[in-house]
Design a protein around this ligand. Sequence first.
Ligand code: UDX
Length: 444
Amino acid sequence: MKIAVIGTGYVGLVSGVCFSELGFKVVCIDNDASKIAELRKGNVLIYEPGLDKLMQKNVQAGRLKFTTDVNGCIENADIVFIAVGTPSKSDGSADLSYVYTAVNDISSCINSNAVLVIKSTVPVGTTSCIKKFLQDRGVDVDVAFNPEFLKEGAAVEDFMHPDRVIIGVESKKARKILAQVYRPLYAFNVPIVFTSPESAELSKYASNAFLAMKVAFINEIADLCEFCGANVNDVALAMGLDKRIGDKFLQAGPGYGGSCFPKDTSALQDFAHKNGVDLSLVKETIKSNNNRRIKMVEKILLACSNSVKGKNISILGVTFKANTDDMRDSPSIGIINALLERGANIRIYDPSFSEQAKQIFPHLKFSSNVYDNCNGADAVIILTDWSEFRALNLRELDRRVKNPLLIDLRNIYTLSEMSASGFNYYSVGRTFEKLRYTEKIATK
Ligand code: UDX
């Protein structure tokens, strides 16, 4: 089975490397010659732990190669995956121009027995439109939809051990070929859901929108906790033990970001609206999450006696989550800009040393380590839950800062360890007063 993958961005590169790891011959194609040149040198262009070794191993085994030459590779491929970006347009809808450019590029060379598989996240009905687009050009091939559920920072694991594989197909032939591609995952008992392209397309959006709603929900519960003295971590634990709810995506924080949740929630809402359906819960999720940045700034101002003017603020972590260098829609962008508008002096430390961050904040200082970043700080703010921040030497931190104020927007620390630290500690959905009381009961 020969596989071609168009697009060597986040989804395409991980998928291409993992398909070759499963034993298939894979060619990854991109129209960006500089990207292909880097990949041919063995340089992975995205921050994804473990991907580089897996890529080099499969290139050496002769199962994986990179090229800009669409024509030369597509005609021999049994399956062609399209994994190009579908960014948001200004109205919130999905921009499909890269998808249709890729479809057009392959239309003149795809062989009639091959299956074209859309892996990019596309609005419901796109797979069928692409089939018609090709038929109108005299190309009659099967077109399927196969969404990815790869979390940044865990993408290889998510590809190799998915909770499920969803495949939207119409023909028995396409179903058979795609069943073959994912057969190696049978070894891990991965369920494969075969359905219509429309159901597969909507399953992807619905899954991401539901996860985003879960995050927005626990963030709002965290706000309530701060008024009634409950501890959002305890509430999330108690909720998550109910298998109907599940314990994932219940970690309160500064709001969700990334290249998918914001894009997919607005694309879904836009698609529904255009079809006369009011997805009020998705709309409210988007609104709630957008407001979250403002709420976090209010929390920071409260902790800083209602002013950050002229204060040295040490920011720990700016990427949209840990184990990535991705800044797309990161909550840190809105929060930092709001603090700068109010006259704060900001220093940043992020373990990924994200180049994107330096491009977004070209005038800010970036430190090479967490402690230097805290020298003379009036406040230290944890915005991203990097493991490196989970065991800070608080004594050393206390020695470096001007004012022992720690604002932990990812609830990395427990209240009890912070109450003994000498730091004035703020977090999300937890307050000291009531909790000292309940913790006293707990320790009796
Ligand atoms: C997401 C989906 O999880 C994945 O299935 C899809 O294919 C792509 O989009 P990703 O965007 O990489 O993956 O990150 P994810 O781990 O889902 O986190 C998304 C955002 O939610 C991050 O900003 C993260 O910090 C936030 N989040 C996540 C929380 O605030 N609390 C949580 O409990 C989980």
